[in-house]
Design a protein around this ligand. Structure first.
Ligand SMILES: Cc1cc2nc3c(=O)[nH]c(=O)nc-3n(C[C@H](O)[C@H](O)[C@H](O)COP(=O)(O)O)c2cc1C
Length: 183
């Protein structure tokens, strides 16, 4: 009989860490490129949002996505209380938003011309090529982050608009746009 996978919460990490230094880990991770998202939600104290590259597509049936939020994040209390989020897949023209949503939390939503609110209350950033709404299913604290799993309930796709916006990427501490090898 196949052994059932162990739940992630049983994670056992020795006290002396894993044998590599934090610097070594950080230096290696810089070389892994990632798409840039902004995750937004509504809270009793107003809109909340942060830039995140930890987004991943997790499952097709059912349609699940995941991302990780740092335990030190000013957004974590609101996220733990929220029922849903909107995940924006940023275009290359939205680098300023990626920067804004990684800086001072109080200033992220100050410019009212940058966003609107869905009928389900989450803030949505104008001009985003694709955004998905997801209801939160599981919040799993692991290490210094919480792995968050959401069920996609709505997809908003603007990618048939012209000019087509290339996705915004983050790599080695800088923002990039992709270059195709096949054209
Ligand atoms: C490119 C980039 C990717 C990021 N990815 C994440 C992420 O996946 N999860 C996370 O919790 N914070 C991530 N952050 C950090 C947050 O955007 C934010 O800067 C941080 O939470 C500090 O905000 P705070 O002062 O509101 O806590 C990322 C920042 C940048 C610039």
């Amino acid at each position: 009989m196949t052994e059932a996978p162990r739940p992630a919460t049983n994670l056992q990490i020795p006290d002396d860490l894993s044998g590599i230094a934090a610097e070594q880990y950080r230096a290696a991770m810089r070389h892994y490129p990632a798409g840039v998202t902004i995750i937004t939600l509504s809270s009793p104290n107003g809109p909340v949002g942060f830039t995140a590259t930890s987004f991943a597509s997790l499952s097709l049936e059912p349609p699940l996505v995941s991302f990780n939020i740092a335990h030190t994040s000013s957004s974590i209390t609101a996220l733990l209380d929220a029922d849903s989020v909107v995940i924006h897949f940023l275009g290359e023209h939205q680098q300023h938003l990626a920067q804004r949503f990684a800086r001072t939390a109080e200033e992220r939503f100050v410019d009212r011309s940058l966003w609107t609110t869905l009928d389900t209350d989450e803030p949505v950033l104008h001009g985003t090529p694709i955004w998905v709404r997801a209801t939160l299913q599981q919040l799993i604290p692991i290490g210094d982050h919480t792995l968050t799993v959401g069920l996609v309930t709505r997809v908003h796709d603007n990618t048939d608009e012209t000019p087509i916006a290339a996705p915004l990427l983050y790599y080695k501490g800088h923002y990039h746009r992709p270059t195709s090898l096949n054209e």
